[in-house]
Design a protein around this ligand. Structure first.
Ligand code: NAP
Ligand code: MN
Length: 265
């Protein structure tokens, strides 16, 4: 076990955090954890900050599937952050006991024009970058499904379902269901354009293909979680569940349903 206790901390340095980080370091030492300054050497990558920081920590360390990610919030608990700097007692408890659990979260694998590929933990979003609609042909597996015209579409993972997807009236999905959800952002629906108009929850073995109709407005913004990709022009976006998952550490008394209840009810 000793060789699996190398911890990398991902955070934006600030004076406010300094003393907290020192407390964490002291606590870690007590239980045999060692802080490393290179994320590649770590077995545990801890993000300090909100869910947004957690998404960044995973992106910056390349969606590793051979380490554990831990989210530590600086205030309230979030969807990915099961610990809080305000509650060192809980962190210490987790370091020494078996009340923690490893959860595996599905991530999306997105490829643009069959070349660039990247991953998303929350969602992939495709949006018009001007005040004009754009159009996409949507294929599920090899079946032409619909032609979408509107502001954009969001393809979310189960854990991402409580974020952007939820604002679009998508369903909140239990992360034990390994699938992906397609939601629309302001689709036009009239005698010319017709889309499903409701969220589409797809099995994890499906593949989505979005073909950008080249009609002038064919430079949509492609977002991967909280980052925009620097892709100027694209024709085809392929989306499926990746064959790897992100492992996160969570407390046994803080299930997905606890989090949904705490955040929304
Ligand atoms: P942000 O715009 O600064 O904040 C978005 C809010 O969503 C934050 O409060 C964030 O938590 C929370 N959040 C992130 N992932 C979540 C999840 N899986 N379940 C529940 N809440 C979640 O952006 P950000 O913090 O960098 O997060 C990026 C995410 O924002 C994107 O992945 C997308 O899902 C979401 N987003 C939502 C909308 C919308 O609802 N209209 C539009 C664009 C993007 P923290 O405060 O703890 O970071
Ligand atoms: Mn073109």
């Amino acid at each position: 076990m000793t060789d699996r206790r190398k911890v990398y901390l991902h955070f934006k340095p600030s004076e406010k955090l300094d003393s907290k980080i020192e407390q964490l370091r002291t606590l870690g030492r007590k239980y045999g954890f060692e802080l490393v300054s290179d994320a590649k050497e770590a077995n545990i990558i801890a993000s300090i900050g909100g869910d947004g920081s957690f998404l960044q920590a995973i992106r910056k360390t390349d969606f590793r599937d051979d380490c554990l990610y831990v989210g530590i919030n600086d205030g309230h608990l979030g969807f990915y952050t099961d610990f809080s700097l305000e509650d060192m007692g809980r962190i210490e408890y987790a370091m020494q006991s078996n009340i923690v659990e490893v959860l595996r979260y599905p991530v999306l694998e997105v490829s643009v024009d069959g070349m660039k590929t990247f991953h998303c933990l929350n969602e992939c979003s495709i949006r018009s970058n001007i005040i004009k609609t754009f159009a996409l042909d949507v294929y599920v597996d090899d079946l032409y499904f619909e032609t979408f015209r509107g502001d954009g579409m969001v393809i979310s993972t189960p854990t991402g379902s409580t974020a952007y997807n939820k604002s679009l009236k998508g369903a909140v999905v239990d992360p034990r269901l390994k699938g992906m959800q397609l939601t629309e952002i302001a689709s036009l629906n009239n005698n010319e354009y017709r889309t499903l108009g409701s969220p589409l929850l797809l099995s994890g073995d499906r593949q989505l293909l979005l073909k950008v109709i080249q009609d002038g407005n064919d430079h949509p913004i492609i977002g991967a979680d909280n980052e925009a990709l620097s892709i100027r022009h694209c024709h085809e976006i392929g989306i499926k569940l990746a064959n790897k998952q992100i492992k996160t550490l969570k407390m046994k008394d803080n299930s997905f349903l606890h989090k949904v209840k705490r955040s929304f009810l």
